[in-house]
Design a protein around this ligand. Structure first.
Ligand code: SF4
Length: 701
């Protein structure tokens, strides 16, 4: 009997395109877009189309162990690996904050959930953080501060309904290509859609815009407040919405008085005409959809940037209706699921907070744990974990499904800290990776296609990703590894799951009546009915099912009084502005074909050919001053380290700013790690580091 076509979701970016795995006559699987998936309608980009090519290459097959980092790994059994883990954890039971886990937006929701139960519930430390801290945590805290809860209020259909797309700090054409194509198609077809792109680089996204605002790195808040100043001056505000649905407008309006357009244009490095044109486009639009990603989030004032953007939507009433609202585009395929499952160090499952005693009590009761089991103290963020390793207070560091030895800022510091770690576990599908070099124990994990579970994409749509092939060697699903450790530590009754569907059933029950209510969802429903938006409550009252694709359609917000908040912020500027010693601003980002640290895409020939090497973009004026020709090697230095890249001379980048892609670690290129240069100064509210900007010096190498 022939095998059926299997439905799943792309394991790369937060667009979350639906995929189908189709069995071939030779016994392999072919991947194609799933035309029935409502988020993507059969479309995929090069990453989704080629994902199968990476699945069977360079896999970590068995647990491997070494006592010291300068020794070779030796193969051990899972039994020995679990003994090693549990004996060390038992030893630390009285000092749980010496334990930390650093997980990933590549986890399935089931992986995230079981990890939270083990680390935060049973072990009693909130030291669980994920690489989403580098990606979306500013969006989380911005939504929380302004709207009272996390969760993007919009959906992809809004791309078809907006008449102004305001794209800020997002190279959507390369990073979320399927969404951008949807916008671009409308734009080309002569619809009334207008596009403003705010980005210091003239990216492919900016090329397609009606108005490109090439602002100075770090001047986003000035721009938002400057547009708001003009709208207020022109009387283009929604007074009724402000009166009925918000609080704090008077303070915001007072702050805006100092944002004279001439000053704002000068601070942002744009013309006064362009600033006025942007405000006029806002003024004339019926439905404004703001889209953003790392350009806002990866900032030492990321939360302030998000709130300042949301302020614009609140003052114009551009929220809660089709085609409008502030819409963060998630980086990773299941960063959203991680937030729902409590996968950051200040969160608990169901959009709960560790700081909230009622939330802790809810979760403890649900998990059947004694009151006080969950710590009231937020755990360490990703970068704080590195500081704790340096300080010697972290004794047990468990990294899973991420490659921090490429992706964390200030890599030399991270490497030194990891060398000091008394015990590091690295749970991963691939070997070698840059991070494996710093581990004592390697645990082979299943990846996409080899395990079943769910992911939530940027529009809050949950997709069941079915397993369709066996894992290689002795690889296991992440959640099974966490559950086995829990059982061996004496928490058998808490980890008696027989399969991922049971894990998911427990998780959704814990979300009941929470803003991210999944309680009506199950693996079987998702398999039968296909992908679903949340909220999806078990009890579907009329009010709750009105429009699950959009939040806040009743113009009430999940704050204590139901009102959204104007949170006024002035900008503090870049944490590390250029100076005479380091006169350039380095900004970083992605290219179309590669994914993050190339763990998968670095193993796919077609993508390697598209992007064979890293590069540094530099404006012709700067190149001339430095006597650089196209392709010349450039030494780039920051106060923390150095790296080398061939010059790409282009007017796409403004003078004084340079751009380097983030994907190349030491495995793929020699001394071309962009994070050797970046710093870890983070947003005080979100803990997200400013990966988007640091000061550098250049010279011809
Ligand atoms: Fe995958 Fe994102 Fe490409 Fe869609 S746009 S196929 S989710 S990488």
């Amino acid at each position: 009997m022939s095998q059926p076509v299997i439905k799943t979701q792309c394991p790369y970016c937060g667009v979350g395109c639906g995929l189908e795995a189709v069995p071939t006559a030779s016994g392999d699987w072919k991947i194609r877009g799933d035309r029935d998936h409502p988020s993507s309608l059969g479309m995929v980009c090069v990453k989704g189309a080629t994902v199968m090519e990476s699945v069977n290459q360079d896999r970590l097959l068995y647990p491997m162990f070494r006592e010291q980092l300068d020794r070779p790994f030796r193969r051990i059994s899972w039994e020995q690996a679990f003994d090693e883990i549990t004996s060390r954890l038992q030893h630390l039971r009285t000092s749980p904050d010496a334990i930390a886990m650093y997980g990933s937006g590549q986890f399935l929701t089931e992986d995230y959930y079981v990890a939270q139960k083990l680390i935060k519930g049973c072990l009693g430390t909130n030291n669980f953080d994920a690489n989403s801290r580098l990606c979306m945590s500013s969006a989380v805290s911005g939504y929380m501060q302004s709207l009272g809860s996390d969760g993007p209020p919009c959906c992809y259909e809004d791309l078809d309904l907006c008449d102004l797309a305001f794209l800020v700090g997002t190279n959507t054409a390369e990073c979320h290509p399927i969404l951008f194509n949807r916008l671009k198609k409308r734009h080309r077809l002569g619809s009334p859609l207008k596009m403003i792109v705010v980005d210091p680089r003239k990216t492919q996204t900016a090329e397609a815009a009606d108005l490109h605002l090439g602002i100075r790195p770090g001047s986003d808040i000035d721009l938002f407040n400057g547009i708001a100043h003009l709208l207020l001056r022109w009387g283009e505000i929604d007074s009724l919405f402000i009166e009925d649905c918000t609080q704090g407008f008077a303070r915001y309006a007072a702050l805006l008085s100092s944002y004279e357009p001439e000053t704002v244009a000068q601070r942002c490095g744009i013309s006064l005409e362009d600033l006025i044109q942007a405000a006029k486009l806002w003024q004339g639009s019926r439905a404004v959809l703001s889209l953003w990603s790392m350009g806002l989030n990866q900032s030492s004032e990321g939360t302030a940037k998000i709130c300042s953007l949301i302020n614009l939507h609140l003052m114009t009433g551009q929220i809660g209706k089709p085609g409008m609202g502030p819409f963060s585009l998630t980086g990773q395929p299941n960063a959203m699921g991680g937030r729902e499952a409590g996968g950051l160090s200040h969160l608990l499952p169901g959009y709960r907070s560790v700081r909230n005693s009622a939330h802790r009590a809810d979760v403890e009761t649900f998990w059947g744990l004694p009151r006080g089991s969950i710590s009231a103290q937020p755990g360490l963020t990703a970068t704080e974990m590195i500081s704790a390793l340096e300080a010697g207070s972290l004794k047990f560091f468990w990294i899973a499904a991420t490659n921090p030895l490429v992706s964390l800022p200030d890599l030399e510091r991270v490497k030194k800290a990891l060398r000091k770690s008394p015990f590091t576990i690295y749970q991963e599908a691939y070997y070698p990776t840059e991070t494996a070099e710093y581990a004592h124990l390697l645990l082979p994990a299943c990846q996409w296609s080899e395990k079943t579970g769910v992911m939530t994409n940027s529009e809050r749509r949950v997709t069941l990703c079915q397993r369709f092939q066996d894992p290689p060697g002795e690889a296991r699903p992440d959640w099974e590894i966490f559950a086995e450790v829990g059982r061996r530590l004496g928490f058998s009754q808490h980890f008696s799951f027989q399969n991922a569907a049971e894990v998911y059933a427990e998780f959704v029950a814990l979300t009941e009546n929470r803003p991210c209510d999944h309680s009506g969802l199950s693996h079987s429903l998702l398999a039968e009915a296909g992908p679903q938006h949340w909220p999806h409550p078990k009890v579907q009252t009329q009010a709750k099912i009105q429009d699950p694709a959009r939040l806040y359609t009743d113009l009430r917000f999940p704050t204590p009084d139901g009102l959204a908040r104007f949170i006024p912020y002035h900008s503090r500027g870049l944490a590390e502005p250029p100076d005479p010693q380091y006169p350039f601003v380095l900004t970083t980002g992605r290219v179309y074909g590669h994914w993050h640290t190339q763990t998968r895409t670095g193993r796919i020939d077609k993508i390697i050919k598209m992007h064979p090497q890293p590069f540094i973009e530099i404006h012709p004026h700067d190149a001339e001053k430095l006597a650089l020709q196209e392709g010349d090697p450039v030494q780039v230095r920051s106060p923390r380290g150095q790296a080398y890249f061939p010059a790409k001379i282009t007017r796409a980048i403004a003078p004084g700013t340079v751009f380097v892609p983030m994907h190349w670690g030491s495995l793929w290129a020699n001394q071309a790690e962009c994070n050797a240069l970046t710093h870890d100064t983070s947003c005080p509210a979100s803990g997200q580091p400013e990966l988007k900007a640091c000061a550098v010096a250049l010279r011809k190498a």
